[in-house]
Design a protein around this ligand. Structure first.
Ligand code: NAD
Ligand code: ZN
Length: 396
């Protein structure tokens, strides 16, 4: 079978690999119909993780069950399913509490596991034709319809970024009427903004400096903020200050709440500097959020901060240690949530919003390719050029 294989920094190759089989009675074998390329794959592509060469990449996977092991009860050959990117056993202390993102038994080294990802166990990824699905009863989400019907582009996003965007809004306590700022208009930032709007947020700002991504944010109903036009924190505060209706309703002292209540970092440790997009400044977004989020507000760090990071600028950064403005955050009583998304906590009800036609996350997909075109797509997505926002590898 053909597979996208990590061969080192800026090098992915499409090569033949042996097809996996059923290794445990609780396994299933999935024939992949669509696998997506994720911003998280770029951390490996950029050589910014401890990923070893030779692995199949890809953790956003859907398809049709080809075969199940003798202990699998709830799914069968022919079922159409989406896989959460986290792999859970379903029965450990954390899985039991709905936190399969911190499963304790699947990866012997750490409290989490995923397909084709650095530091998350030795599971092969899904940018290939067949994938072994451990604990298939727990990890496969059944979806209706047929491969490549009108929902394929929406359902594939249930593997990661739609639940992940939704989780970001949970970490940032977004609800009806909330004021929300999302840094990063990549796929995760866009679907964080979309989730905030689905929840009925009042104001949703999306910050980036890539025009076509900001245009997508506006299409979803958010307010785009272009870093090229000035400090994004000041832009958002100015916009709110110059809105007469917002000003008219303030009680005494409320001008101290001129920022937003909910902040989302959908960028992570590879954040670019406001002054020079070619340069990284890992603390750029957190620093902005510390000034933008109002006292008593909430921040969700959904963008990844990596440990270890071989490409970190300093010895501390190589260990994932950063100087965050903790005094300012503490002084304002800000809560911060972070980490990998517990996909299973949300994927069923987000699937049903899609089926009901109330959510259409596939709107952000820009490219559909064949596996042979993956190396070129990685290179363009990595440079964020030519409108590459979300790429699907389709196996028709
Ligand atoms: P992406 O790299 O395509 O998007 C990042 C966006 O941030 C880009 O558009 C970039 O221009 C923008 N950006 C860079 N510096 C910025 C700055 N200073 N201010 C504002 N915007 C800036 O990737 P993506 O797929 O959207 O993923 C975003 C992050 O989310 C990545 O770190 C990814 O690993 C992470 N992620 C986390 C989870 C999770 O479970 N927590 C799941 C999936 C992805
Ligand atoms: Zn992903």
């Amino acid at each position: 079978m053909k597979a996208v294989i990590f061969e080192g920094a800026y090098e992915v190759e499409v090569r033949d690999k042996d097809r996996p089989g059923i290794a445990e009675p609780t396994d299933a074998l999935l024939r992949v119909t669509t696998a997506a390329i994720c911003g998280s794959d770029l951390h490996m592509y950029d050589g910014r993780t401890a990923m070893e060469t030779g692995h199949i990449l890809g953790h956003e996977i859907m398809g049709v069950i080809e075969q199940v092991g003798p202990a699998v009860r709830s799914i069968k050959a022919g079922d159409r399913v989406v896989l959460p990117f986290n792999i859970g056993c379903g029965v450990c202390f954390n899985c039991n509490r709905g936190l399969a993102n911190f499963c304790l038994t699947v990866n012997p080294e750490k409290a989490h596991a995923a397909y084709g990802y650095a530091g998350m166990g030795k599971f092969e990824g899904g940018q290939t034709e067949y994938v072994r699905v451990p604990f298939a009863d727990f990890n496969a989400l059944k979806v209706p319809g047929q491969p490549f019907d009108e929902f394929e582009d929406d359902f594939i996003l249930l593997a990661d970024i739609f639940p992940t965007g939704y989780h970001a809004t949970e970490l940032a306590h977004v609800g009806p009427g909330s004021t929300v700022a999302v840094f990063g208009a990549g796929p995760v930032g866009l679907l964080s903004a979309y989730s905030a709007l689905l929840k009925g947020a009042a104001e949703v700002y999306v910050v980036d400096r890539i025009e076509e991504r900001l245009a997508l944010a506006a299409e979803l109903g958010a307010t785009p903020i272009d870093i090229a036009k000035g400090n994004p924190v000041e832009q958002i505060k100015d916009m709110r200050r110059s809105n007469a209706l917002l000003q008219d309703r303030l009680r005494p002292g409320e001008d101290k709440m001129g920022g937003v209540m909910c902040g989302i970092d959908a960028v992570g440790y590879q954040a670019r500097s406001d002054d020079d997009y070619e340069r990284e400044n890992a603390m750029q977004v957190i620093t902005h959020l510390a000034s933008l989020v109002n006292p008593t507000g909430h921040i969700g760090l959904i963008g990844v901060y990596m440990q270890p990071d071989p490409g970190g600028g300093t010895d501390a950064e190589k260990q994932g240690i950063y100087p965050i403005p903790i005094g300012q955050l503490w002084g304002n009583g800000i809560t911060i949530g972070m980490g990998q998304c517990p996909v299973k906590r949300y994927n069923e009800f987000l699937r049903d919003l899609i089926i009901d036609g109330r959510a259409k996350p596939g709107r952000i997909i820009t490219h559909r390719i064949r596996i042979g075109d993956a190396p070129g797509a990685y290179a363009k997505f990595d440079k964020r050029v030519d409108g590459y926002v979300k790429v699907l590898i389709q196996f028709r």
